[in-house]
Design a binder for this molecule. Structure first.
Ligand code: 13P
Ligand code: SF4
Length: 337
């Protein structure tokens, strides 16, 4: 079958170019599935991706599960539907595969907040500290770290270290502050935040809770400390999904990125979910970086096998060490299999 090209920039139908506005999503999805088989590709999708991208993903997961999946893939091509640091992590863990990211400019406010030179200067101030970096950072920062964590394992990894171990935690001060508060540690924090979670306010949650007293408040640890204090449950995307499934509550006030609601609703059609936004009626609980990937970009990326994650071999080797350490420790602690 001849490949068609979907492009948001094309107007009208000529040669093999077809305007996306004329194409049904379903048609595009079946083309993606066909190309995926033809090219022996696998699509890994984060829970924050658009619903239609989640529909065509072979695996949907949080950053920890997807990193592990990427490591185990034996497909020729890994299409990572997430943001840049996630695709980079996939490449680091499985460098012989071609790793594609539908929109190569899909970044993350946390990764953006922590640049190599600045972090090297920061780190130099604490020569006797080990560095734990949240996976939401560039490969350059990972290469300067001793251990990587995700929101799904940060607490257990920190708890597994000797109590007198001095630690720098980067780049999320909210996640780091939360871990400090529950473990009694005093990790030195880099001053970065997730622009989506940090913008959600405790007052909004309190107002929603007053209006819905029968709802449980669940929050991602990237939210600010004031909000986390009014939450009934704090956990990573996967932990939130597990909590909802086991909970007797029928209603949930969800303080995290909206993409996850697709999976929450799919798994719990009888339960009700209320989103928390920074301002009333805004779509600021959508991560604009995560939503940069679209079905059209995914199709074109599979078709052209670009944009590709290309990395320096030395960075891959150095950045791999703390990621492998995280995966090994997570297995040892029983967090992952
Ligand atoms: P997790 O997938 O680890 O829950 O992280 C959420 C996030 O913000 C990813 O960018
Ligand atoms: Fe980064 Fe926040 Fe978007 Fe996740 S939700 S990719 S942490 S900006």
């Amino acid at each position: 079958m001849q490949n068609v090209r979907f492009s948001v920039y094309q107007v009208g139908v000529f040669d093999n170019y077809i305007n996306t506005t004329n194409m049904e999503d379903e048609k595009m999805k079946s083309e993606i599935i066909r190309l995926k088989k033809e090219k022996n590709a696998v699509i890994l999708g984060h829970y924050y991706q658009r619903d239609e991208i989640q529909d065509v993903s072979d695996y949907i997961g949080d950053s920890l599960a997807l990193a592990q999946k990427a490591q185990q893939c034996d497909n020729d091509i890994i299409v990572f539907c997430g943001v840049h640091f996630m695709a980079e992590t996939a490449k680091i863990l499985n460098p012989s595969r071609k790793v594609l990211l539908p929109d190569i400019t899909a970044s993350c406010s946390l990764a953006e907040s922590c640049k190599g030179e600045d972090f090297a200067r920061f780190k130099a101030q604490y020569p006797d500290h080990m560095v734990i970096s949240y996976v939401n950072c560039s490969a350059e920062i990972k290469a300067m770290s001793d251990l990587i964590c995700t929101s799904g394992n940060a607490e257990q990894l920190v708890r597994s270290l000797p109590e007198d171990q001095k630690i720098i935690f980067a780049p999320d001060k909210n996640l780091g502050g939360y871990i400090n508060s529950i473990t009694g540690r005093n990790m030195v924090l880099w001053d970065g935040v997730c622009m989506v979670h940090d913008a959600m306010k405790a007052e909004t949650v309190i107002k929603l809770k007053i209006e819905n007293p029968d709802a449980a408040v669940i929050a991602h640890p990237e939210c600010n400390g004031a909000l986390l204090q009014v939450a009934d449950f704090v956990g990573s995307t996967k932990a939130m999904l597990n909590f909802i499934e086991k909970s007797n509550y029928k209603k949930f006030i969800v303080a995290t990125e909206t993409g996850i609601l697709y999976e929450m609703k799919k798994n719990n059609p009888e339960k009700e979910f209320i989103t928390v936004t920074a301002k009333e009626g805004c779509n600021c609980a959508d991560c604009s970086y995560m939503k940069q990937n679209t079905l059209e970009k995914l199709y074109n990326c599979l078709l052209d096998e670009t944009p590709e994650i290309v990395m320096d071999a030395a960075i891959i080797e150095r950045a791999k060490l703390p990621i492998i350490k995280m995966l090994d420790l997570s297995k040892k602690l029983g967090i992952i299999k």
